[in-house]
Design a binder for this molecule. Structure first.
Ligand code: E4P
Length: 303
């Protein structure tokens, strides 16, 4: 699995690149805002063009840097994509344009399909696209059909959504225990089925409360962020679809492991989560004992 760093902060990109583990960078307007705010907090100004050029150079030739458009309609998004691509791709031949799968904000549905139009239009212009804000397998299938090079399912936000719908309190970085959620869901379902055992199958089959139990803790049949990523990988493999899956909106190290097990092509990981991946108390304990056990005969080799 390739590792992208999910940040626009240059110091984080530089540091993670120095560890030799970065295959690419993803940004979005909120991550750019965080980078700007962090610099402003240190009374430093940001010159955006120079900042992005440095990101491209730091990550290196051919290692994808995703930059997102900011408009919500076809014409504007194409214009912005071309500006971003032509301004920055010459630096290290690594620009990928991020396009939302659907730019509709839930109110005016006229722009429902502008994202798809832009994805296919940019494909025809040979501008690589990373389709962002993917929250369902159905959207991922459409993104691939439209010609996306990358599809970014937002795993963490799906976990958040399911937990919020269930009224479960959680912190952003908390691990989402989907096995537990599945078990609770199954228990609800069987309790409900037992309740209805005296009723004729037709009425059980049509019972709305029973239907709710089947989909308890699920969103469109998806039980977790990693479940979403697995489903997309399965669909892409079924049809030999070449679009690469970027597991996005990652919140903790355990989720990274699950994405790797699921076979995600890429995980885009925030800096703090990459740092979380390195630690284990038994590694620290091992280091202590190795250092304590060094005998003079062995350390003499290094003098
Ligand atoms: C990456 O492409 C996404 O922009 C990012 O992972 C979103 O993460 P968030 O849900 O933590 O904001």
């Amino acid at each position: 699995m390739k590792v992208f760093i999910d940040t626009a902060k240059l110091d984080e990109i530089r540091e993670a690149c120095s560890w030799g583990i970065v295959d690419g960078v993803t940004t979005n307007p909120s991550l750019i805002k965080k980078a700007v705010d962090a610099l402003k907090a240190k009374s430093e100004n940001i010159e955006m063009e120079a900042h992005i050029k440095q990101i491209c150079e730091t990550v290196g030739e051919g290692k994808p840097v995703s930059l997102e458009v900011i408009s919500l309609t076809r014409g504007k998004m194409i214009e912005e994509a071309e500006i971003l691509y032509h301004k920055f791709n010459k630096i290290a031949d690594n620009i990928v344009i991020k396009i939302p799968i659907n730019t509709c904000n839930g109110e005016d549905t006229t722009s429902d399909y502008d994202g798809l139009k832009v994805i296919s239009e940019l494909g025809r212009k040979d501008i690589p696209v990373n389709v962002t804000l993917i929250m369902s397998s159905e959207q991922a299938l459409l993104a691939a059909k439209a010609g996306a090079k990358y599809a970014s399912p937002f795993a963490g936000r799906i976990d958040d959504y399911i937990r919020k719908n269930l009224d479960i309190k959680f912190e952003k970085q908390d691990y989402f225990d989907f096995c537990l959620m599945e078990a609770i869901g199954e228990q609800r379902f069987y309790e409900r089925i037992e309740d209805t055992s005296h009723k004729p199958p037709q009425s059980v089959y049509l019972d709305q409360e029973t239907k709710k139990c089947i989909d308890f803790a699920k969103d469109k049949g998806i039980g977790s962020g990693v479940g979403l990523v697995k489903s997309i990988i399965k669909i892409y493999r079924n049809f030999n679809i070449k679009t690469e899956v970027i597991a996005a909106s990652i919140r903790n190290a355990r989720q990274v492991k699950e994405m790797a097990e699921a076979g995600a092509d890429i995980a885009t990981i925030p800096f703090n989560v990459i740092r979380e991946m390195i630690g284990h108390p038994k590694t620290a304990e091992g280091i202590k004992s190795f250092v304590a056990d060094v005998v003079p005969e062995y350390s003499a080799l290094f003098r």
